[in-house]
Design a protein around this ligand. Structure first.
Ligand code: SF4
Length: 371
């Protein structure tokens, strides 16, 4: 939310950076990382140019760490396949359409299956599917929907391979400040564990599907740090003073340290992590500004509960969430500037048919191509 709106580097700039980086370092592997790499409008060309770059001996391996399934294309899979193939991760994030509407990941099952089919048909045997559990309004049906998706992916894989495999990676949802979910009371450790075991038992007899999950105890600590207030500073220091370093590494994480530190500070994890906040409650980060309007976030939270998804503002008129307008800035899509004699069109047209949409931040209110 705080890094909205989406802005892109020009594709040729990415290509140059990749080529120069490879030349100067001698590496033969490139990871194109961003929140949603495959959404980058020049991704096909960047991948194609990179794996085919003769100056790299045609041996460059490209990895796209997590692909948003709705943006995945056959072209990308095919291009990556030409070089060494690394793992393929899709992030549907939730097991049912209802749940994905709540979290605004508007990916249909057809999107996922088409992407998975594309990948299997081009030679991949192993996929990783990333999901979250503990999402707002999540029911057991939503949790078990993950098993249904994974099974269908395996079925598709069997059309192409004898023993396809799917690893379901399950994380626990941690609400973050400056998001619509900042008011949501995180699932307790016990509840997360119950959901994980529910899914584990459901998948126990499925060949080819492996379930991995993030420790709910660590998810609790993440929730604590995510939405704690200033009273938590001494707790973090206390954990550290008692030997709690590298707490993000599962082999080093020690819940006892956190519980003891909270107790010494006279605080309870329930108050920070599991409690639902109310609309009029002052939040610990209210005195900080990320541009976003609190009333926009509240409305977005209500919409999420009502299962109303909100399209990305690249393709719609501005919602005035505050990320730009809160700073007196409006965004201009560079490629939206029509060629001489051309028509301006709408944001939608530009998204589909335009050149690489470089999104610039302009200092005066100019709005192009958005209704
Ligand atoms: S202020 Fe408008 S254009 Fe900027 S991120 Fe929010 S919705 Fe998008």
């Amino acid at each position: 939310m705080i890094t909205r709106p989406v802005r892109e580097r020009p594709a040729d700039q990415v290509r140059t950076m990749v080529a120069e980086g490879l030349k100067r370092t001698g590496y033969d592997e490139v990871a194109l990382t961003s929140l949603s790499t495959a959404d980058f409008s020049g991704i096909d060309q960047v991948v194609r140019d990179t794996v085919n770059d003769p100056s790299c001996g045609g041996q460059v391996s490209v990895s796209l760490p997590s692909l948003r399934v709705d943006a995945f294309t056959v072209g990308i899979a095919g291009e990556i396949q030409k070089a060494r193939r690394t793992g393929l991760t899709f992030a549907p994030e939730a097991g049912t359409w209802r749940m994905r509407q709540v979290i605004n990941k508007l990916i249909t099952e057809e999107d996922l299956y088409a992407a998975v089919r594309s990948a299997y048909s081009q030679g991949w045997r192993r996929m990783k599917l990333y999901f979250l559990t503990g999402l707002p309004t999540e029911t057991d049906e939503d949790t078990l929907g993950i098993a249904t998706l994974a099974r269908r992916c395996i079925e598709i894989g069997r059309e192409y391979h004898r023993s396809p495999s799917v690893t379901v990676s399950l994380g626990g949802f941690v609400p973050k400040p400056f998001t619509p979910f900042q008011w949501f009371g995180q699932n307790t450790r016990e509840e997360l564990q119950r959901k994980i075991y529910l899914l584990r038992d459901e998948l126990r007899r499925d060949h080819g599907i492996k379930l991995k999950w993030h420790d709910p105890k660590a998810t609790m600590a993440e929730g604590l740090v995510s939405r704690g207030d200033r009273r938590l500073g001494p707790v973090i220091e206390d954990v550290w003073r008692h030997g709690g370093t590298f707490q993000e590494w599962s082999e080093h994480f020690d819940l006892d340290l956190w519980e003891a530190a909270l107790e010494r500070a006279g605080l309870r994890e329930e108050d920070f992590v599991y409690r639902h906040r109310t609309e009029d409650e002052a939040l610990p980060w209210d005195h900080l500004s990320a541009g976003l309007h609190k009333d926009f976030l509240w409305q977005d939270w209500r919409d999420a509960l009502a299962e109303v998804g909100l399209e990305d503002c690249r393709w719609t008129p501005c919602y005035d969430c505050g990320a730009c307008t809160g700073y007196g800035i409006e965004h201009v899509v560079a490629s939206a500037v029509p060629p001489a004699g051309g028509s301006q069109g709408t944001g939608q047209d530009l998204a589909v048919g335009g050149e690489v949409p470089v999104v610039l931040l302009a200092s005066k209110p100019v709005r192009v191509g958005a209704g």
